[in-house]
Design a protein around this ligand. Structure first.
Ligand SMILES: [Zn+2]
Ligand SMILES: [Zn+2]
Length: 419
């Protein structure tokens, strides 16, 4: 086996390269822009945490914790997990740094890699990227509506179309027990047909049966009680108020009473954005309320809501929808002779200080080969300079797209390219 064959990336992870990286950068830039307009500030929590942070909050009997976590023992024998999602570590960070002391709502966003140790398949990676936002301190559905509007605005700014916004309410700790009882009743006659996981879930966490992807289980739960029929008065009012705000904002929502989300920490509002253009893994963003989680991490009672966007899925959609913008240098400086080379370097420096992408020749190549390189780089303009041009303080310029050319004084170059 050669070295090149031996040193390969791990299964389920990928290198992100140009030109695709330009779409990633665009997504990140637009997101930052939109979040700032709504007052969200960036935080950067670490990617590793002690495993308990996830098992306690996401729930021991969820798919993520049971099957998908990237967990290992470190040298001191501690159980460490590469974060499978951003909210649990965020709440750890929020409580540890007493961010609840800031005026509410406290609004944050983060982005970076998440990890799941599951079988890699199309649309699923072991290392994948999320952009997440969290807003804390407000239980009023106005903030739910604001978060959803922000998400919609962001996806629209990115030029995505054909998205479905599904919303639901999954109740609170007051109404959840009634729903749980109804589920147990409904499932009790069918338990023998369930997969081993669901049999266990029946005892421990019947809500999670609704997430099971096994065909038999999907069949057996057809017609199961809907969580929205069991909402307590407060949850009902909260949900109704959210829906009327969404109508006021002309927000195109669809109620999906079957959407329970695969994590235990959610309360009340949950939502998911899906695209028909993606295959089985069709969610591009998802989120919801987690009004109890801050308290469970030892903080004061703090209502909260957030969402995460899957960057790979967004990039997939953008790749198929618009042309890849190929970034290219604006200027290539071709020089002939030692004094022109020095002058060229000074001009390149000045333009680069202004943020203009300039390429130069690194060796005394012929003009022909320098022009060929400018062409391969798809440079927009070439500046050509020999000893004559240096002594007359004038340059030849050429626009490669249409062959237009002309002359320009050296001290006017900045002005010329700043336009
Ligand atoms: Zn309730
Ligand atoms: Zn099952």
């Amino acid at each position: 086996m050669s070295s090149a064959e031996r040193y390969r990336a791990l299964r389920g992870v990928q290198d992100i390269l140009p030109p695709e990286i330009f779409i990633w950068q665009k997504v990140e830039e637009v997101a930052k822009d939109v979040f700032s307009a709504y007052g969200f500030q960036e935080i950067r929590p670490p990617i590793i945490e002690v495993t308990d942070i996830f098992t306690r909050s996401i729930g021991e009997n969820t798919d993520i914790v049971e099957k998908e976590m990237y967990t290992f023992s470190d040298k001191a024998g501690r159980s460490i997990t590469l974060r499978p999602e951003g909210t649990a570590p965020f709440v750890r960070c929020y409580v540890q740094n007493c961010l609840y002391n800031l005026p509410s709502p406290q609004k944050f966003f983060y982005s970076g890699p998440m990890f799941r140790y599951e079988r890699p398949q199309k649309g699923r990676f072991r290392q994948f990227y999320h952009i997440g936002v969290e807003a804390l301190g407000i239980s009023d559905p106005k903030i739910d509506a604001e978060i959803l509007s922000m998400l919609r605005f962001l996806l629209e700014r990115l030029g995505l179309e054909g998205l479905t916004f599904e919303v639901n309410s999954i109740g609170c700790e007051k109404c959840r027990p009634d729903y749980r009882k109804a589920l147990l009743n409904f499932f009790s006659g069918r338990i023998n047909g369930f997969c081993p996981d669901c049999k266990r879930r029946y005892e421990l966490n019947p809500l999670r049966i609704l997430d099971c992807k096994v065909k038999e289980c999907i069949k057996l739960r057809v017609g199961s009680p809907r969580v929205t029929d069991f909402l307590c008065k407060d949850c009902r009012e909260h949900f109704d108020a959210l829906l009327s705000l969404l109508r006021l904002l002309d927000f195109p929502y669809v109620i999906n009473p079957d959407m329970v989300r695969g994590l235990d920490y959610y309360t009340r509002t949950t939502f998911e954005v899906t695209s028909k253009q993606l295959g089985a893994q069709n969610a591009v963003a998802a989120g919801g309320r987690y009004d109890r989680l801050v308290e469970e991490f030892g903080g004061p009672p703090t209502p909260a809501i957030g969402f995460a966007i899957g960057i790979e899925r967004i990039v997939e959609l953008l790749k198929s929808s618009d042309k890849l913008e190929i970034l290219a240098p604006k200027v290539f400086i071709a020089t002939i002779g030692a004094s022109a080379e020095k002058e060229g370097l000074l001009i390149a420096n000045k333009l680069r200080e202004r943020g203009i992408w300039v390429e130069i020749s690194y060796a005394a190549h012929s003009l022909r080969s320098q022009l060929r390189r400018a062409d391969r780089l798809s440079a927009k303009y070439v500046l050509i300079m020999g000893d004559d041009e240096v002594s007359s303080r004038k340059l030849k310029w050429k626009r490669l797209s249409d062959g237009t050319q002309g002359e320009i004084a050296i001290d006017k170059v900045l002005e010329f390219f700043n336009k």
